[in-house]
Design a binder for this molecule. Structure first.
Ligand SMILES: NC(=O)c1ccc[n+]([C@@H]2O[C@H](COP(=O)([O-])OP(=O)(O)OC[C@H]3O[C@@H](n4cnc5c(N)ncnc54)[C@H](OP(=O)(O)O)[C@@H]3O)[C@@H](O)[C@H]2O)c1
Length: 293
């Protein structure tokens, strides 16, 4: 298959490009230099000149605070560009896979929403992504929208890798304890994307692991336990529990409970998705990331 992928300089896009290349697909990297999503009028001719079977769009303005500071740019990149890409795919009969986020949910209650539950985003990032989902599916009803949460184990470090390095380095430790979701291992996310693409699945899928929702603080504790069990640190240390309201750097409001129900994903996989704890353990046990040095 010929797979065109946007955002290949980003966390998810880079991992997807590597995964599909390893699988033997032809990967066409549509990074910012090849296709700037802010330039809407350039998208149809660029995509028209590109020979692909599947277009995957993980590119986004992905920082909630950047979106809050620049809502116009957020709507351009996260809403209008996916709509334009979806329209191009629909016109040419190509498959479109769009990445979205657990932040489309308002997160007021710990209810594990499924794909048909109401979305009530609380910030510009969430609203621009939710509107991007709707616009993409309107333009291309056969599109697949994969909502993901708290990705770890990619080339570009995320919370798990950063806290692991801080624990090993003996730094002061703190993490937010009043916001919960489900961490997702990039290796499994790539496999799920490949499988759902092969099966031509459409509509929204919550692409996350199972298990109990965890806070960043709980995730930091889990990472510390794994490091101790592998003999990478001499002992566990206290991790200060911070509250969202203590984090002055956050400009955008954060939704609190965004762990999603992954029953639809599990029904589409040959074996149900693992819990995030199992996935974290597998990632630690594997050679995907060296925690030494
Ligand atoms: N990572 C997570 O934990 C997580 C959680 C929930 C949802 N998601 C969703 O998953 C998707 C991928 O996230 P990510 O973590 O990979 O994000 P990321 O690391 O921030 O990467 C975003 C990518 O989008 C590209 N991009 C931004 N503006 C662009 C523009 N105007 N034109 C072309 N490319 C542009 C960036 O290009 P440059 O490299 O040139 O800047 C970058 O490669 C996003 O839809 C995000 O909303 C991610």
């Amino acid at each position: 298959m010929k797979i065109a992928i946007t955002g290949t300089g980003g966390r998810v896009g880079a991992a997807l490009a590597a995964y599909f290349s390893r699988r033997g697909d032809v990967v066409i990297e549509l990074n910012r230099q090849a296709m700037d999503l802010r330039d809407l009028s350039s998208l149809p001719p660029i995509l028209g000149a590109c020979d692909f079977d599947v277009l995957i769009n993980p590119a986004a303005l992905s920082s909630p605070d950047d979106c809050e500071k620049n809502p116009g740019l957020a709507y351009l990149v996260n809403t209008q560009a996916p709509a334009a890409m979806a329209e191009c795919c629909a016109r040419r009969g190509k498959q479109f896979i769009h990445f979205s986020t657990d932040y489309v949910f308002g997160g007021e209650m710990p209810i594990r929403p499924n794909e048909s539950d109401e979305t009530l985003p609380v910030n510009v990032y969430g609203r621009s992504k939710r509107d991007g989902e709707i616009a993409a599916l309107q333009a291309c009803p056969e599109a697949l929208v994969m909502r993901v949460s708290w990705v770890f184990g990619a080339e570009k470090p995320a919370f798990v890798e950063q806290i692991a390095q801080k624990i090993i380095a003996g730094h002061e430790l703190e993490a937010v304890a009043d916001k919960w979701s489900i961490p997702t291992w990039m290796t499994d996310l790539c496999e799920w994307t490949g499988l759902l693409s092969d099966e031509k699945i459409s509509g929204i899928v919550h692409a996350c692991h199972g298990g109990e929702p965890v806070s960043w603080h709980g995730l930091a504790v889990a990472v510390q336990e794994l490091l101790e069990n592998r003999g990478l640190i001499p002992e566990r240390r206290a991790i200060a529990a911070k509250l969202l309201r203590d984090i002055d750097a956050f400009i955008a409001r954060r939704p609190v409970h965004t762990a999603m129900d992954n029953a639809r994903l599990c029904s589409l996989l040959p074996t149900p998705a693992a819990s995030w704890c199992e996935a974290l353990g597998q990632w630690f046990a594997g050679s995907h990331f060296s925690l030494r040095g």
